[in-house]
Design a protein around this ligand. Structure first.
Ligand SMILES: [Zn+2]
Length: 303
């Protein structure tokens, strides 16, 4: 029994990197509603994929043109697109933004077929999106679009000019805090502690959001600071709850040695969407080598 922390991490969190790399290059796709959702809900996980040599693509289904108190329309859409491209350059990923109007996304046949074609062409191994019950209509529509597309990805007579997928990508929902009709369930937890600062730096590139719009709409009493370090601390203070690990304390403590558990401060967690490819411990290690698969969670691993 090897007792080194690295070996234990390999046992609990992932196969050894060399073995993972030898198998295949993984492709992670986040399908979000707005041009910052992917960064916020999946940024740390994306960084871990990229640092291990895998490929990540962020997709925003709307143009973000409703996300500001003073700017709007094409000016805001252009500004937010440029912010996504700064993130893309900083993290080393592809960030695509569709021209659906923010706050007006519809789970239409047109959008569904466009999404089916996009996914077939990219052939992701893993897709992450919003849960279907969410405060924002665009988040709900995005989730429904992906749910509706999931089965049709493999149906040859749907969008027949692009070959269907021969295996279903695993689909996961990003963590949220909504309780009805059922609360979020962590089926996979990713330790992002080591890359958390980089995630904050990526979020800080969305200047229009984290330093202008979100403080306004969320009625923050404190004003955004000017200094770079203070700005990261500001984002952590107001939106760090999304990566807070305390809710998963018991889950992690029951599965990990105390020395490893103690080092995990920030995480991103995901819930299995049963319309995607099958997910169990072995498949998790294959397509999601950085995730701690939570065995024994009701529903997890079902065919
Ligand atoms: Zn959003």
């Amino acid at each position: 029994m090897n007792s080194s922390i690295d070996k234990m991490l390999g046992e609990y969190f992932c196969k050894p990197m060399a073995e993972t790399a030898a198998r295949r290059k993984l492709r992670l796709l986040f399908v979000g509603a707005h041009p910052d959702d992917a960064d916020l809900f999946c940024g740390g996980t994306a960084i871990r994929f990229i640092e291990a040599g895998h490929e990540v693509r962020f997709l925003s289904l709307t143009d973000g043109s409703a996300g500001h108190q003073r700017q709007s329309g094409a000016v805001l859409a252009r500004r937010r697109y440029e912010e996504t491209q700064r993130v893309a350059g900083f993290l080393g990923l592809s960030y695509q933004v569709w021209d659906n109007q923010d706050a007006n996304l519809e789970a239409s046949k047109q959008n569904r077929n466009r999404l089916i074609q996009f996914i077939r062409e990219y052939q992701p191994t893993l897709i992450i999106t919003h849960r279907p019950n969410d405060y924002h209509t665009d988040h709900r529509q995005t989730s429904i679009l992906l749910q509706d597309a999931a089965f049709l990805l493999g149906v040859p007579n749907v969008c027949p000019l692009i070959p269907p997928l021969t295996s279903s990508p695993v689909i996961l929902y990003a963590r949220d805090f909504f309780k009805k009709p059922y609360p979020f369930r962590a089926d996979v937890i990713v330790d992002i502690t080591a890359v958390y600062k980089k995630k904050l730096q990526a979020l800080a590139l969305h200047e229009s959001q984290f330093f202008e719009w979100l403080p306004y709409i969320e009625k923050h009493k404190d004003s955004p600071p000017k200094g770079a370090a203070e700005r990261l601390a500001w984002i952590d203070r107001h939106w760090g709850f999304i990566s807070d690990t305390r809710q998963f304390g018991e889950l992690l403590s029951a599965r990990l040695p105390p020395a490893i558990r103690a080092g995990i401060v920030q995480t991103e967690a995901f819930e299995i969407c049963e319309y995607g490819g099958r997910m169990d411990r072995d498949i998790s290690q294959e397509v999601f080598p950085f995730g701690l698969y939570i065995e024994g969670t009701p529903g997890a691993g079902e065919a």
